[in-house]
Design a protein around this ligand. Structure first.
Ligand SMILES: [Zn+2]
Length: 372
């Protein structure tokens, strides 16, 4: 059973709690336990979402590259060996229409896989420096932490899509890709009133079929060119040291004057250790670059509503946010079980296991040292 998360049920549950101090509300909630006027069912976390029929119609007349649906090799995803016929970034580094860097002097600041219970720590810090970031959110986490999503939007961050289930997108059917993008878009729209334009494929797993579907739905894909590999810190990858993240940032900062381009980094707001690493290194980055959102550095409007790269004023009528509790603190929850990492360490390499990737990062770190 795929569609099991009923916001109506959630709201009813919240209503019951809120009604404990209100006789009137208690009467209402006890007599209306099956539906609300604004019913919206979302796919369950971990389940493969299916699209609404009207979403499938949106790509019917689009010219979608007829690339095969790739077979996944478990957690490693699809094979990245062999010839690249369809501009597969993970396989060859082919960018196609994807955004992958920022102009010289600019740095795109991005965080993936949130929101999480730790995201407010990051937001608190960014607020102290008036720094905005692009936040690629997992749909299942969006409906889990709606108030954190609302806060991110209200504080001027650029909300973007990171699919619903954090799957390898080249292994999904056209309809599954539609569902991954559109359900996440809808959840963010319900909470904030805006529809993100940008999406990032988990693991950087994207080819022209995925890009074309995204384009037909009004989205632009975003990769990265500077990977912190902070997810290995979050997962306690054997041998990985947080100092390596700092060392990479030191090198990236040193490149500011000599590099022909700016940068677009990949970080994660999934654990406190990854957020701590971001906080340690952002001040140095800000001194070397103009640190911006992806929309700002690429000149792409953040949302489908209007052409702004900053939040626009909207009237939100959300069935996710509890209307009487928008200012209430969000209760801590168990860490998301959603797989939280981008496994491609560099383009053209397989999604390495933690040990292999650690060795690769160690090697690249020393290579970097010798180059300086
Ligand atoms: Zn991710």
């Amino acid at each position: 059973m795929r569609l099991v998360t009923s916001v109506a049920t959630l709201l009813t549950f919240i209503s019951v709690i809120q009604a404990q101090n209100s006789t009137t509300a208690a009467t209402s909630s006890s007599t209306n336990t099956t539906s609300t006027a604004n019913t919206q069912s979302y796919p369950a976390a971990g389940a493969k979402p299916v699209p609404k029929p009207e979403w499938v119609e949106l790509i019917k007349s689009a010219n979608i590259t007829n690339a095969p649906v790739l077979k996944s090799n478990g957690d490693d995803g699809p094979s990245v060996s062999g010839t690249d016929k369809y501009c597969d970034w993970a396989k060859s580094g082919c960018m196609g229409s994807s955004i992958g860097d920022c102009p010289k002097g600019q740095w795109g600041l991005t965080f993936d896989d949130g929101p999480s219970e730790f995201s407010p720590i990051l937001y608190d810090f960014l607020k102290t420096t008036e720094q905005k970031a692009t936040l690629f959110m997992i749909g299942a986490n969006v409906i889990k932490f709606p108030q954190i999503v609302k806060r991110a939007f209200d504080e001027g961050h650029e909300l973007a899509i990171h699919t619903w289930t954090h799957s390898f997108m080249t292994t999904l059917s056209n309809e599954q890709i539609i569902a991954e993008l559109k359900w996440t878009e809808l959840a963010i729209k319900e909470i904030t009133g805006v529809s993100p334009r940008l999406f990032r494929p988990p693991y950087g797993d994207i080819d022209d079929r995925v890009r074309d579907i995204g384009t037909a739905l009004g989205f632009t894909s975003v990769i990265w060119d500077h990977d912190t590999n902070d997810w290995m810190l979050a997962e306690n990858a054997p041998g990985f040291k947080s100092e390596w993240i700092d060392g990479n940032f030191t090198e990236w900062i040193a490149e500011a004057n000599t590099s022909s381009t700016g940068g677009l980094s990949l970080e994660h707001d999934i654990q406190k250790v990854t957020i701590d690493a971001a906080i340690r290194n952002l001040p140095g980055l800000q001194k070397a670059y103009k640190v911006v959102t992806v929309g700002q550095c690429a000149g792409v409007p953040s949302y489908k509503e209007g052409n702004a790269t900053v939040p626009i004023n909207t009237t939100v009528s959300s069935s996710i946010l509890p209307s009487a509790a928008t200012s209430a603190p969000v209760a801590p929850a168990a860490p998301s079980a959603t797989l939280s990492r981008e496994a491609q360490v560099t383009t053209g390499q397989s999604a390495a296991n933690a040990l292999g990737a650690s060795a690769l990062v160690l090697a690249s770190f020393f290579v970097t040292l010798f180059l300086v």
